[in-house]
Ligand binder design. Sequence first.
Ligand code: PLP
Length: 394
Amino acid sequence: MVDGRSRPIYMDHAATTPVRPEVVEEMLPCFLERFGNPSSIYALAREAQVTMERARGRVAAAIGASTDEIFFTSGGTEADNWAIKGVAAANRKKGDHIVTSAIEHHAVLHPCQALEKQGYRVTYLPVDEFGRVEPASVEEAITEKTVLVSVMAANNEIGTIQPVRAIAGVTHDHGILFHTDAVQAIGAIPIDVDALGIDLLSLSAHKFGGPKGTGALYIRRGTRVKPLMDGGAQERGRRAGTENVPGIVGMGKAIDLAVAEMPQKSAWLAAMRDRLIRGILDSIPDTRLNGHPTERLANNVNMAFRYVEGESILLSLDALGIAGSTGSACTSASLEPSHVLTACGLPPEHAHGSLRLTLGSRNTDEDVDYVLSALPRVIERLREMSPLSPNDNA
Ligand code: PLP
């Protein structure tokens, strides 16, 4: 490894997290011994069902829900699709309008766009410069035909935390259902569906130390949601398909650990985050912080560097053993700036040069020191080569 380091520095925990050893340990018997199909009728199957129901209880407890309100899915994307398309279909006679925000994950935006093609109307709420949705704008967007308001709990790119309770309050004042994509929020900020007024909530195991391909949709008791898939009668007839028992069991253990460790973990993550942000701002000119200065996830650093491309920063950091992510997702043909940064009003020259570093349990103060020593040199070198740079005489 570079600079005598024995391991790469992983700072992309918003993309995914390593599965915790305790989680793997609980999953293993589900592959090898308790492998029965939970729908079958013999002892082996009942064992699988018991472990799965225990996991359902853990997921429910983590968000203040009841076990019969948790439905397992293949991840956050399915949960978001189900919430949006399922509520829209179940309420088609009542209305055809959905309210969401401009900075949602594509797992919310694309189902909304698919519904628009079917004749539904969708309002994409603007955000302020820090990526916050103003509850008053939700009130203004609601019409007699609105059937769902969907606003994420915390943003995956810039880490901004939304005023969920206030938005849900406005939504309920009009008798409308409120969904939140809490994929980045679980294990990061306290979530209680009753206290916050959430009717539907999406979560995904691989963001909090669980396995990929497993998630859940919380559906408040009595809420009408059409199934996404037709098939068997699993999940009380609402989500067809044999359950991913090992994944579900792993998710149960992971959410238990994540929620129990949250207060302590978020305090030390926030300390590392703030040191990174301060260190970068102090050592690299023409740089700004993207997202909210205080209402942000404890592990999220998102910086915009002028005169450089985010992808070049990533490649240079990768060569130094640092794994990060760019705020600007580039499509294959053109380099489009991130829809999140654009919605925050970032000028394109800033949006293109954005870098997201998201911290996790294995990061150390030495990792932060290493990034703080490497990054200024990387940016300086890229700026020297950049045709965008004001020092460029070419
Ligand atoms: N929603 C948000 C906010 C996310 O960050 C992600 C994943 O990056 C998803 C949804 C999709 O979740 P999954 O990867 O489980 O499909």
